[in-house]
Ligand binder design. Structure first.
Ligand code: HEM
Length: 506
């Protein structure tokens, strides 16, 4: 006690002479500050960073695509990501194409994202001149689901088989045009990409609307559409091309959409059978599930634009790249000839015939693996999250993070596909297919936003390829090193894909 008194005497004596005495009344506030703010914040941040460090490969939080990592010098954004993933592993932080972006190559992240996340609006802003400001691509996932539920039947087996004859006529038209060239030329070399673009545009417009615009020149429509797609794509990177061409293409494109809708309106007014409604039937005759009111004219036009744009170049490049692969592997082409001949026995393919062509399905799937038309899927996460990665790692997500899923890098990953750069359709045979990791093959995306046109695209590709192979053997008519993939709206072949047709009955 004596000792205590002694110390406190000294202490108070010291304070009474100390210049710091005036701070004394604030001492309790200081303790409150430490207890209530500084300590909890410390534990929060400690856990956050400790958690991140523990679960991610070291230094991954500092990884960023640097300014000097020039996309074009790498050969495109996916090529740059390929380089960075090779150096840094499955997780790469990036500021492009959007701030706060993480590119991830891990099937676990796809599993985690199946029903999570929205499309990042800014990624599709460049398409606004074609599909409007409020379009399906950028609907949040809940709204997109409502719309897709309403229109899903328009791309199902029932409609596809009902319309099959019309679809097949478009394919026959194309192949007959090629056959006719033999009347005047011995060597027939086809620019397959250009031709398949037109095929895809015609088929997509037909399936969506069932309207045949008699006076429509599809070559002109394709040229106008390509001009505006190319123009809006380039504008994102500050490259501007001829405004007059753009304006003309733009006016032409919109005039075609107007004609499709007007013609369909008249068909409906004249009492068309409404049993198997196609996409445009549904848009015109059903109510918008968001409002309970009919869709506005602008909204109808926007939906048509989204489906046409999403279906056009994608199917349009998938077919020529498959033909290219067949020219490189004559034994696979021979096996496919055998399957097609055996199923068709010289007749035209029916809808049912196509579903029996299992080897053709494997060939197309393998070509989509090595040459996926779309570069990546993307999801925006609005709230904090933590996603499981492989090897018990965790990926912490802050609000506003965009995750990119670079499709080609999934398809080239040796953990998912043995000898990944070899074209080997039998990896999709029924017995091998089971061994492929779920979501590793993802050319059509995944989950709630998976491509609604997958069935249709596979049918289009099978139909046209079976008709071509029934008649011709294919050879590449350009140097293989000139087949260069270029990232545009889709991954196109920069110099087209020139294929020599050799009639099989010669
Ligand atoms: C080989 C052909 C095709 C490929 C490779 C392809 C690929 C894709 C991919 C990767 C996505 C994004 C999926 C995601 O974010 O998870 C997508 C979305 C979409 N595709 Fe396709 N597609 C093809 C053909 C078609 C066709 C023929 C149509 C329609 C006629 C179509 C309509 C759409 C639409 C409307 C979306 C957006 C769906 C939504 O936002 O919910 N696609 N496609």
């Amino acid at each position: 006690m004596l000792k205590m008194t002694y110390f406190s005497d000294i202490y108070f004596d010291y304070l009474s002479h100390s210049p710091y005495l005036s701070y004394l009344p604030y001492l309790p506030y200081f303790f409150v500050l430490i207890l209530c703010i500084i300590l909890p914040s410390y534990f929060f941040f400690y856990n956050k960073f400790f958690f991140a460090k523990k679960n991610l490969p070291p230094s991954s939080l500092e990884r960023e695509i640097k300014e000097e990592d020039d996309i074009s010098s790498s050969g495109g954004f996916v090529a740059l990501l390929r380089k960075l993933h090779a150096k840094q592993g499955p997780v790469v932080l990036s500021k492009i194409p959007l701030a706060n972006t993480i590119s991830v190559v891990d099937t676990m992240i796809i599993k985690e994202s199946l029903h999570n996340g929205d499309r990042p609006k800014d990624l599709f802003k460049f398409l606004e001149p074609i599909i409007g400001e409020d379009n399906l691509q950028i609907f949040d996932t809940e709204r997109a689901q409502r719309f897709r539920k309403l229109t899903g039947s328009a791309f199902g087996n029932q409609i596809l088989s009902n319309k099959f004859e019309g679809i097949r006529n478009i394919a026959i038209d194309l192949v007959s045009r090629w056959e006719k060239i033999f009347n005047t030329q011995e060597n027939v070399i086809i620019k397959t990409q250009q031709e398949c673009y037109e095929f895809s545009l015609r088929i997509t417009a037909y399936i969506i609307s069932d309207v045949q615009l008699q006076d429509l020149d599809f070559q002109e429509f394709r040229r106008a559409y390509d001009t505006i797609l190319s123009n809006v794509y380039d504008r994102q990177f500050g490259i501007s091309s001829d405004d007059k061409d753009f304006q003309n293409g733009f006016n032409f494109y919109h005039s075609i959409l107007d004609k499709l809708i007007d013609t369909k309106n008249n068909i409906i007014k004249n009492g068309k059978d409404q049993e198997n409604k196609d996409f445009l039937d549904i848009l015109i005759s059903e109510n918008n599930p968001d409002t309970g009111e009919p869709f506005s004219y602008e909204m109808i036009k926007s939906f048509i634009g989204v489906y046409l744009t999403a279906g056009y170049h994608t199917t349009g490049v998938a077919i020529p790249f498959t033909l290219f692969s067949l020219t490189q592997y004559p034994d696979i082409q021979k096996k496919l000839h055998e399957e097609i001949d055996q199923i068709l026995e010289g007749s035209l393919p029916t809808f049912e015939d196509l579903s029996k062509m299992h080897y053709l399905t494997q060939v197309i799937k393998e070509s989509l693996r090595l040459h996926p038309p779309a570069s990546f899927c993307a999801r925006l996460f609005k709230s904090s999250n933590s996603f499981k990665l492989s090897l018990n790692e965790e990926l912490p997500i802050t609000p506003g993070t965009t995750i990119l899923y670079p499709i080609p890098l999934y398809h080239e990953n040796p953990e998912y596909f043995d000898d990944p750069l070899t074209f080997n359709p039998s990896r999709f045979s029924p017995e091998n297919n089971k061994k492929i990791k779920q979501n590793a093959w993802c050319p059509f995306g995944f989950g709630a936003r998976i491509c609604p046109g997958e069935k249709m695209a596979m049918m289009d590709a099978k139909l046209l390829i079976s008709l071509i192979l029934q008649k011709f053997t294919l050879e590449l008519a350009m140097k293989v090193e000139d087949v260069i993939t270029e990232e545009r709206f889709t991954n196109i072949s920069k110099n087209d894909i020139l294929v020599k047709l050799i009639p099989r009955n010669m």
